[in-house]
Design a protein around this ligand. Structure first.
Ligand SMILES: Nc1ncnc2c1ncn2[C@@H]1O[C@H](COP(=O)(O)OP(=O)(O)OP(=O)(O)O)[C@@H](O)[C@H]1O
Ligand SMILES: [Mg+2]
Length: 361
């Protein structure tokens, strides 16, 4: 049985539906992520799971039992908020001990569990420090330790890394993965940062306007988006408007706007006349000097319009002669070369017949 089961929950604020008929299950030990743009309903769902808010319709079950009549403080669930919400007048150790004190845990047991949990998050040396004496990343770990010390069945994390700078954020991501594996607590994690969701999660629910657009493993979300919204929201993606001319031997012949005829892999039951978009990642598009050789089925000449150099790779924006503009990514792997092409250079873009993923409207 799933640890958590969300059945068709809906939440309205006046006549606005913030969450619409959302269903999903979370398995014990899973790292499950709700991902979506600001305002799509992520926090509202977490608050209902935690018991700070109630759905207008639908059910929330933990271990198969409906939580509707269980108040927040009686649920074996803890929430870590983006703001950390540490008590400024309590030391790190006292902050972590707080939930145990509330639960009336005996002093020796309490000390043991606080020490053990602080070690798990590598904070044992800072037990006597106060929140104003520690860094943002350390505060984050105190908040995590306070969430874990009571050994909840379920830990809800609402954008817990949102306030950290990029480097610290990436470090904490790795620590979170390790910690979750070590302590075996089930995580429901909320973020609007897609790289973070891809890096951390076993499964991701991509949300938009109160609904789940796709629920899948990270690699499927990235490579096989089920619709335009997901393709566009997850990572950088070329979206080519295209209609199906013919489907044969697992391949599609497509008529693409501003491009002409292209080949793409068939996915489900596409048929001639279908309309949609080909989601083509910049790393699937090769960029070479004009007229350079390649075996790719799709080849188009164009001119470099712009580029974004980020150190390890450069993404080129190329205006193709047929009218459409595409992004192509190339690693800066030649020694001493910051990039391969300049604005105005004539180039050839190409990609394989099995690259990309066609999404029907
Ligand atoms: N108590 C409330 N009263 C009225 N509207 C609300 C209330 N709480 C949330 N909303 C609205 O419901 C929608 C979803 O809010 P929610 O906080 O769940 O979004 P979110 O996905 O967590 O966004 P963010 O990434 O910005 O935190 C928003 O449009 C928000 O304005
Ligand atoms: Mg939120």
């Amino acid at each position: 049985m799933a640890l958590l089961e969300i059945r068709n929950i809906t939440r309205r604020f006046a006549d606005f539906e913030a969450v619409s008929e959302v269903s999903f299950t979370v398995e014990s030990g899973e790292f499950f992520t709700l991902l979506g743009p600001s305002g799509c309903g992520k926090t509202t769902i977490l608050r209902m799971i935690a018991g700070f808010d109630l759905p207008d319709a639908g059910q929330i079950l933990l271990d198969g039992r409906d939580l509707a009549r269980t108040p927040a403080e009686k649920r074996p669930i803890h929430t870590v908020f983006q703001s950390y919400a540490l008590f400024p007048h309590l030391s790190v150790g006292q902050n972590v001990a707080f939930p145990l004190r509330m639960a009336g845990v005996a002093e020796t047991e309490l000390r043991r569990r606080v020490r053990e949990t602080l070690e798990q998050v590598h904070l044992a040396e800072l037990a006597e420090h106060y929140p104003h004496e520690i860094s943002g990343g350390q505060k984050q770990r105190v908040a995590l330790a306070r969430g874990l010390v009571n050994r909840p069945r379920l830990l809800l994390l609402d954008e817990p890394l949102g306030a950290l700078d990029l480097k610290l954020r990436e470090e904490m991501q790795l620590e979170l993965i390790k910690l979750q594996r070590e302590v075996g607590v089930t995580f429901v994690f909320v973020t609007h940062a897609q790289p973070e969701a891809l890096a951390l999660s076993h499964r991701i629910a991509v949300m938009n306007r109160g609904r789940i657009e796709q629920l899948d493993e990270p690699s499927r979300i990235y490579s096989f988006p089920s619709n335009r919204f997901v393709a566009d929201f997850i990572g950088n993606c070329n979206l080519l408007e295209a209609a199906v001319i013919e489907r044969r031997d697992g391949l599609l012949r497509l008529a693409a706007a501003g491009l002409g005829e292209i080949r793409a892999p068939a996915s489900d039951a596409e048929k001639a006349g279908d309309k949609g978009v080909l989601a083509l990642r910049p790393e699937q598009v090769r960029i070479g000097a004009a007229n350079s050789a390649s075996d790719d089925a799709n080849r188009f000449p164009g001119t470099v319009r712009d580029f974004l150099y980020v150190g390890d790779v450069t993404t080129y924006q190329v205006a193709l002669d047929n009218g459409c503009q595409l992004a192509a990514l190339r690693p800066n792997d030649a020694p001493g070369r910051a990039r391969f092409f300049e604005v105005g250079d004539r180039v050839t873009l190409s990609w394989a017949a099995d690259a990309g993923h066609y999404v029907r409207d």
